[in-house]
Each structure stands twice: as C-alpha cells, then as structure tokens.
Design a protein around this ligand. Structure first.
Ligand SMILES: NC(=O)c1ccc[n+]([C@@H]2O[C@H](COP(=O)([O-])OP(=O)(O)OC[C@H]3O[C@@H](n4cnc5c(N)ncnc54)[C@H](O)[C@@H]3O)[C@@H](O)[C@H]2O)c1
Ligand SMILES: O=P(O)(O)OC[C@H](O)CO
Length: 386
C-alpha cells in the first residue's frame, strides 16, 4: 500500500468493505473497555452499526469499572436492566445489543476488536491486568486522550497498549463532546492508523454513522498528540473565561495552544504531519473543547475561585465521577519539557502547569512583561516551526 502523502486526506466512503482476510462469513466481535461518558457513547455508536453490518457480531460488550450506586444497586446491573448508563450518560439508550460486563478478563476474551476508552491514568493498570488475556489476532483502537511519562520519556497510550499487550493499536480522536454525539448531533472524527489501511477501514466502518463522520489519516502519533495536548489548551481557555477576559483573548489562547501542540508533537515525532492539525482531531477539537468541554468548565471555576480550591475538589464536585485529563497532561508535558530543556519554548503549556499547581495565579495565563514573558503573545511565529 502506498503511504499517504502530506496534505492528502481520505474520506470514509473511499474504502471497500471486505472481510479483511479473515475468511468469508467471519464476524468480528467488539468489546469496549471503559464505560464513562464517552465510553458509553462509543458503545452506542458501535452497537448501532454492528446490528446493521454483517461482518460484525451484533453483541457489543462493554467493560464496566464496577461501582455501587446510591440506590445500593450495582452499576452493571442497572445498565443491563435499563439499557442506560444512569451514572455517566443518563437518559440515553445504549442499544439492546450492548452488554455491560464488570469482569475485565471475560469482557475481552473473545473479542478481536478492542476499543479502549477510559481516563488515561487507569490504562497502565488495565494493560497489566490484560497481559496474556487477549486474543493473538486482536486489533485495538484507543479513544483515550492522554499520555504517560516514563523514565525513558513520553509514552502515548496507544503505544502503551501495543507494547504491553503485543497488539497493533490505532486511535480515534476529534471534536467529540460525548453528550452532543449521544443525542446524534453531527460531528466529525479522525482515525489515526500506522500502516494498515484495511484495519483503518474496519474502524471507520465500525464508528461511522450519518451523524458521525470519520476520516482516516496515516499519522497515529499526530492524531493522538492532538487529542492529548488540546486538554492543556482547554484548561488555559477556562482560566480566560474565569477571568472574564473575552473572546479575543480566548482566540489568542487557542492559536498559541495549537501552535504549541504542533511544535511539541513534531519535536517528539518528526513523522507528524502538518495536515493532521487541520483534521477534526486538531483545530476542530481545540475549538470545541475550549468552548464546551469539562476541562474548560472546571478551569473556569478554578480561576473564579482565585485558585483557592483545588482541581481535585472542583472535579469531584462538578463532574460526579467523570475525570479531567488536562491537569495531569499539563504535569506530564511539563516533566518532558523540563527534562529536555524546552520549558522556554512552550510558555502556554508551562504556565498552565504552574497555575494548576498554585505556583502562579490564574491571571498569569496572559501576563506579559518585558523582563519575563509568560505567555508570549508577541513572539516570533517562526521560532519553533520548521
Ligand atoms: N467525555 C467526552 O466528551 C470525551 C470525548 C472524547 C474523548 N474523551 C476521552 O475519553 C477518555 C474516557 O473518558 P470518558 O468521558 O469516557 O470517562 P469519564 O470521565 O466520563 O468517566 C470516568 C470513568 O472512569 C472509570 N473509573 C473510575 N475509577 C477507575 C479505575 N480505578 N479504573 C478504571 N476505571 C475507573 C469510571 O467508572 C468511569 O467509567 C478520556 O481520555 C477522555 O479524554 C472524552
Ligand atoms: O470534556 P473534555 O474537556 O474532556 O473534552 C471532551 C472531548 O475531548 C472534546 O472533543
């Protein structure tokens, strides 16, 4: 297969829908690992397609991190009884072919397509539990926006999955506020794949609906870094909202944030394509997340409280069990920047972390002084672009 060229995009409709070398009559079994807000919507999207497409088993298993609800019932039991994730996606039917399963080993054992969608901080533990438990021929996709930092350096979640489980892992990212997709408002998304276009085609087929348009690009790292880094930009945008600084300032934050996302991604992986930043996973996700995401919302509350209430406290109070990714991602990126001597190159990423940890006040997000530029709104735009 010829590699995709810079600037070249593919439409979801450009693929054939064969049986991918598994033999005529083979049906793929899909398991979703995770059942939070986006995990539940992903299961709903997939379940609507497995019913329609002959190449998939109807049933979609969804692994649930079990918890007891205030009613005393188990979340899994309630999902299976009502067909609704009453805690993380109330009011939305998932599809009768979604089966919630609290047993991780059981949920994955027969699947040949695994969809990972949990907050990123839990993935290392989940991968450890899954070693030796998944099928040898399984293909994975990560919808997780986040990264780990190890002694050796940064490790993307798709890479963690690939390395720990010995399986190929694609990614799906995009301007995807789950609650909007849950009520079938039109959205786009980007599948990032490594080198096997047929696999990308399978994922596109599994996720695409008339209201969810998926475009594959051959740039796993670029797509995943976009999804990961935009959460830091969303925290910065929330600070701007909390300080009532207005739309022009927020647009400046988005522009500078997008530029830092691109510069950081390209410094980590020279293979990352410029064109990826114009896909749904890039500029579109920066916009939606800075307008309507959870990271933005909690960061706004943090700034309105003058940084006096911690993110952990605000997250618990405002999100009812849902998790932010931006604060930990800012810390993880800061570790990489300081280890590599790049802090000065990334004033927005650096400042967000220093505000989150209380070293700087929220207003520092746009402070500029001749002596010590924090967020260099005036900096030379060629400084860290190739
Ligand atoms: N919600 C969105 O709009 C959205 C959209 C696109 C991408 N994402 C990304 O998808 C990923 C998952 O987010 P989400 O919105 O589905 O989750 P969420 O924040 O809604 O829910 C938190 C989930 O974590 C689970 N959990 C809590 N403790 C756990 C533990 N110790 N081990 C394992 N699981 C545990 C909870 O059961 C729950 O399912 C994140 O990386 C997020 O950035 C979210
Ligand atoms: O609500 P957030 O801030 O986690 O963002 C949700 C999605 O990632 C937006 O695409």
């Amino acid at each position: 297969m010829a590699p995709q060229q810079e600037g070249e995009t593919e439409t979801a409709n450009s693929y054939s829908t064969g049986n991918d070398g598994q033999g005529v009559g083979f049906k793929s079994k899909v398991t979703v690992v995770g059942s939070g807000n986006w995990g539940s919507v992903a299961a709903k999207l997939i379940a609507s397609n497995t019913l329609k497409l002959n190449s998939f088993h109807d049933e979609v298993r969804m692994w649930v991190f079990e918890e007891t609800l205030q009613t005393g019932e188990k979340l899994t039991d309630v999902i299976n009884k009502t067909n609704e994730n009453v805690k993380y996606l109330p009011g939305i039917k998932l599809g009768k072919n979604v089966l919630a399963d609290p047993d991780l080993d059981n949920a994955v054992k027969d699947a040949n397509m695994l969809v990972f969608v949990t907050p990123h901080q839990f993935m290392e533990g989940i991968c450890k539990r899954l070693v030796g438990k998944v099928r040898g021929d399984v293909e994975a996709i990560s919808l997780i926006k986040g990264m780990e930092v190890k002694m050796e350096g940064p490790c993307m979640i798709s890479n963690l999955i690939s390395e720990q489980l010995g399986i190929n892992c694609s990614v799906l990212m995009g301007a995807n506020i789950a609650n909007e997709i849950a009520v079938e408002k039109f959205s786009e998304a980007t599948v990032g794949y490594r080198d096997n276009r047929e696999i990308a085609e399978q994922w596109v087929k599994l996720f695409s609906t008339p209201y969810f348009m998926v475009t594959p690009v051959q740039d796993v790292e670029g797509v995943e870094l976009c999804g990961t880094l935009k959460n830091i930009v969303a925290i910065a945008a929330g600070f701007v909202d909390g300080l009532d600084m207005g739309n022009n300032t927020k647009a400046a934050i988005m522009r500078i944030g997008l530029r830092e996302m691109k510069a950081f991604s390209k410094l980590l992986f020279s293979s990352v394509r410029d064109s990826t930043f114009f896909e749904s996973c890039g500029v579109a996700d920066v916009i939606t997340t800075c307008l309507g995401g959870r990271n933005r919302k909690v960061a706004e509350a943090f700034a309105r409280n003058g940084g006096k209430r911690s993110f952990d406290e605000l997250e618990a109070e405002m999100l009812q069990g849902q998790k932010l990714q931006g604060v930990s991602t800012a810390r993880e990126v800061y570790e990489v920047l300081s280890h590599r001597g790049w802090l000065q190159l990334f004033p927005l990423f650096t400042t967000v972390h220093e505000i989150c940890t209380g070293r700087l006040p929220p207003s520092a997000i746009v402070e500029y002084s001749e002596k010590e530029p924090r967020l260099s709104l005036l900096e030379d735009s060629t400084r860290y672009t190739k």
